[in-house]
Design a protein. Sequence first.
Length: 188
Amino acid sequence: MKRFILLTLVLTLFGTAYAKENDFSKQATAFYSDNNQQKTMELILQINESDRSAQDWLLLGNVLADKGEIDNAVFMYRKALATDPKYYRAYYNIGNYHMTKGQYVLAIENYKKASKLKSDNPYIFYNLACAYIKQNDYKKARANLNKAIMYKSNIPDFHYNLAYVYKKLGKDKLAETYFDNYTKLIEN
């Protein structure tokens, strides 16, 4: 009987602590969506480090990135991956970091990891294509832009960049077609 009561007490305390930290995570996500970075940071910092989810670490990284603390942001993204190695958003954000630094090989590596984990996200393929464009690898850029358009065909930049890639590949008719698509999309 004593064991049962002790076990019940421990489970209740653990459940209460988990619920409280889960509430902090949900609230932090809501505040981040409302662009309240200060409150987002305050709430996540109330969660024990060992109990933070990959999403919590990612939000901390995003807040730090928005403040210009990019190296600290990348550290948080890596903490997200340590928490959940299959958290594609962290790879995506690290890829974005490397793109801004002109480190296209590292950007491609991270975007590829993200795309393996989330194969239907058009923005991963778009950014991957942009990295390939920076390396003048237009065939790989074309393939990734086509994937991006397959998943989301109404984004003007996808069509514009594909027109650019086709122009670079010497396929002027296709370039013109995608530029026309771009024009129609921005007019709407």
